[in-house]
Design a protein around this ligand. Structure first.
Ligand SMILES: [Zn+2]
Length: 83
């Protein structure tokens, strides 16, 4: 693959479905009450990312503290781009 084609490939990939992290899928499977509780935990600086990841894993969602931390930084340069 030549240089130009490789660079064009790079620009196509993000538009597929990697825009958001797995929290989008998790929120779609939670009840309103559960989603509210998760949101307030995410916004609470006293709640650790690994704590949230553990609770989510216990409930059957595959989640790491890295993903939780990245989602908490959403909108920033090094965070995910969830709404
Ligand atoms: Zn996210």
């Amino acid at each position: 693959m030549d240089f130009v084609t490789s660079l064009n490939e790079l620009s196509v990939r993000p538009s597929s479905h990697s825009n958001c992290c797995s929290f989008v899928r998790i929120f779609s499977q939670l009840s309103n009450d559960e989603a509210q509780a998760l949101l307030s935990a995410l916004d609470n600086p006293n709640v650790t990312s690994s704590g949230i990841a553990r609770v989510l894993s216990d409930r059957g969602f595959r989640m790491t503290h890295v993903t939780v931390a990245r989602h908490r930084r959403r909108g920033q340069g090094n965070g995910c781009i969830c709404p």
